[in-house]
Design a protein around this ligand. Sequence first.
Ligand code: GLN
Length: 242
Amino acid sequence: MSESSLRVVWVYPDLLSTYGDQGNALVVERRARQRRLSVSRIDVRSDQAVPTSGDIYLIGGGEDRPQRLAAERLRRDGGLSRAVGNGAIVFSVCAGYQILGHEFINDLGEREPGLGLLDVVSTRGDGERCVGDVLADIDPQLRLPQLTGFENHQGITHLGPTARPFARVHLGRGNGTGDGTEGAYNDTVFGTYMHGPVLARNPGIADLLLKLALDVNALPPADDRWYEALRAERIAAAQQPA
Ligand code: GLN
């Protein structure tokens, strides 16, 4: 981590913040401040260079055309890939998740190269769009509570041999391959199909990002009552028959 302050970089809010993705940056900042950590946030628009000195990078979801533009600009810029090479932590959502993989299908129906920071390949599902509530068990190695969220994607993501599934679904489609996996991670790079401000429902993931950035095993406890109330409400709603 950089000496003075934890640096949270929110990548391309002008292209990839269609679904309230700023919430993830707000939650990471808040969870850091609750632990009296100094934190600064850098919002990087797509006409700006991605700084390589960040600690935690957040990249959100978006529609198909902005997703292609974001992939083109991130490939050309190279900053995010260099940051990961330096050990940065990345948390990506939906379109951002697909961009971090080797390739995805763009709005023109063509194979678009991603950044190859995750060992995944996304194709376009020919069935119904994956839309709805999700409940999933996060990889036990990460020691996190059940994942709750909402998905909305046409893409299907296949994991390569080095990617680990982030979670396994009880409810919902996740990666959409039918094998029950949801999201993926390679070392410090994470991807999920859980939409928008997923960290607001799952603050344990924000804490995981902070722990990785600080290289510590534990953080002082934070007040989780508000998050727990939201989680309980959403889990109950998700389990109700449609
Ligand atoms: N365009 C991608 C898909 O539909 C991602 C959509 C999203 O970010 N919600 O698969």
